[in-house]
Design a protein around this ligand. Structure first.
Ligand code: HEM
Length: 536
């Protein structure tokens, strides 16, 4: 048997069996990896020293648990942003640093970095993958850029124009329900509950031309219930770190339920796509859709069936399903959160509420029925300012998560080292707290940031401000593709709601709760009072 000389280690020669050799190679590889990792870690620590950091609990815990997804956590972030207005580093345990950027000048570099340099952090998004597949929100690289180009026309204002009627219809149906509930004079309502059903209803009509109104019926449709349940299951998983591993999650009853409900949602979307395709053989897709466009609203599925890339290639059925499901997910809760918080802010500021109402009354004075049309949207400047200020104070998406795949150099020369961190917000634990909320509450950008003041968005007052001071829809290549859709819907819904109802606080102050979107613990309760229809 050959002998292995280990005299250089001060050891006696040992028999060189293949196993021992393998062990030695393995140990050397492991040692090299540990050394490389230690070096990178040390190097990153040195580079991160130029960022301020709040005091740690201790070297082991770092800042773990400092920012919780609660009202208290939101207050801590506000304080941290006030103390470190350019940004700061926090440590999740001993080895995971997080760079929190909260100033437009700093955020600019990361937001405008190409999607390849600062791709999304997929830890959290991977929970959505079985549901949303390779839709825009989750895809990356060439697939994302090809689809983004193909989908942009789906939200062109010519298409959006025709959705305004749908928004009017959905909100009117919700109001009819509110009037029934307020037959005694007023009603206490959880805004999130009512408004998210309404936004789902209108999205379902815009995406699929699906016409069973969910706000009509006492119970939401099976599809809408499924979308709500999937969102709730993902939120719950996000809060239970031991369920982050797919293999574990699939074993739980919730994991199995998630997959069953995903199947239901996919079957619904597939059946609509199949039905549209079935009508093709006789007519040809282009002719059919063009003919349809003349008589009815082109829905999102129609536009996707029509879409072709530069080489004339169409989207597959699977792609269309992923994009449609992504729009349903990305568009309902966010818009509902935006609307719920603007109603809350106007309930707390009756003077602004009254001014908005007057603006809408003046606009619709001689019109019957009282409907908002596309051209009216530009005639509601104060109402738009109120929505924007609410999106600043209560951004529906408080943070976004990206990872640096290369070093990112900030304008002041400091470097965010590659890979070691989340540069824009959500921690690896999936808790959002990123640049959107931080930047919107930064006192060096927004004096008295906790005050609701719509006049900050008076065109006179926005001239000097960086466009990146206000980023509820994010910015750069991966900004929200649905932002005009969302602003249009919010304007229509708010205008018609203030025309028909007075909104008042319901008692206790809500406690903010950042989940997938910014909610309030136990719901966001307000009191609504129907207004008489006569001349005011
Ligand atoms: C007030 C309402 C809304 C807010 C605050 C909002 C906010 C955002 C934000 C911050 C992002 C970036 C997410 C990230 O980088 O991780 C995003 C992306 C996205 N949003 Fe929205 N959104 C809203 C409404 C909508 C609507 C109505 C739709 C669809 C009809 C939509 C569809 C999407 C999609 C598809 C993406 C991914 C875009 C991409 O990566 O290319 N959103 N949204």
């Amino acid at each position: 048997m050959p002998w292995l000389s280990l005299s250089w280690l001060g050891l006696r020669p040992v028999a060189a069996s293949p196993w021992l050799l393998l062990l030695l190679v393995g140990a050397s590889w492991l040692l090299a990896r540990v050394l490389a990792w230690t070096y990178t870690f040390y190097d990153n620590c040195c580079r991160l020293r130029c960022f301020p950091q709040p005091p740690k609990w201790n070297w082991f815990l770092g800042h773990l648990g400092l920012v919780t997804p609660t009202e208290q956590g939101m207050r801590v972030v506000t304080q941290l942003v006030a103390n470190y207005p350019q940004g700061f580093v926090t440590w999740l345990g001993p080895v995971i640093p997080l760079v929190n950027l909260c100033h437009p000048d700093m955020v600019r570099t990361v937001l405008s970095a190409s999607a390849a340099i600062a791709p999304k952090d997929m830890v959290f998004y991977s929970f959505l993958k079985p549901w949303l597949g390779d839709g825009l929100l989750l895809s990356g690289g060439d697939k994302w850029s090809r689809h983004r180009r193909m989908l942009t026309p789906a939200l062109h204002f010519n298409i959006l124009k025709s959705y305004v009627r749908i928004f009017n219809d959905s909100v009117n149906i919700m109001h009819a329900k509110w009037k029934r509930l307020a037959s005694e004079g007023s009603a206490h309502l959880d805004m999130f509950e009512h408004i998210s059903l309404m936004t789902l209803d209108s999205l379902q009509k815009c995406v699929f031309s699906f016409n069973i109104s969910t706000v009509h019926c006492q119970k939401p449709s099976e599809y809408i219930s499924a979308v709500l349940e999937l969102s709730a299951l993902v939120t719950k998983r996000n809060e239970q770190i031991f369920l982050y591993m797919d293999s574990l999650y699939h074993l739980t009853s919730e994991g199995q339920r998630f997959h069953r409900v995903c199947r239901l949602v996919h079957d619904f979307t597939d059946s609509i796509i199949q039905e549209r395709r079935r009508t093709l053989p006789d007519q040809g897709l282009d002719d059919l859709l063009k003919a349809k466009a003349k008589v009815k609203t082109l829905d999102f599925i129609d536009v996707l069936l029509l879409a072709k890339d530069e080489d004339g290639k169409e989207l597959s059925d699977e792609d269309i399903r992923a994009e449609a499901d992504t729009f349903m997910f990305g568009g309902h809760d966010t818009t509902a959160s935006g609307l719920s918080w603007v109603l809350y802010n106007l309930a707390r500021h009756p003077e602004h509420q009254e001014r908005c109402r007057q603006e809408v009354r003046d606009l619709l004075r001689d019109r019957e029925p009282k409907e908002i049309e596309w051209d009216d949207l530009a005639q509601l400047p104060f109402l738009t300012m109120c929505i924007k200020e609410s999106l600043r104070l209560h951004p529906p998406t408080v943070g976004i998560s990206q990872r640096g795949t290369q070093d990112i150099v900030l304008p002041d020369g400091r470097v965010i080292p590659k890979g070691a961190l989340n540069v824009k917000g959500r921690s690896i634990l999936g808790k959002k707290r990123g640049p959107i909320f931080g930047t919107h509450h930064n006192p060096s950008v927004w004096p008295n940031p906790e005050v609701y003041d719509p006049f900050r968005f008076d065109p006179e007052n926005t001239k000097e401000r960086s466009p990146l001071a206000f980023i509820p829809f994010s910015a750069g290549p991966r900004n929200c593709i649905g932002q005009t859709f969302a602003m249009t819907e919010m304007k229509v819904v708010l205008a018609l709601t203030l025309l028909s109802f007075r909104v008042l606080p319901a008692g206790e102050e809500p406690r903010r709760k950042p989940e997938l979107i910014l909610r309030a613990e136990g719901g966001l309760w307000l009191r609504v009072e129907p207004l008489s229809a006569g001349p005011q």
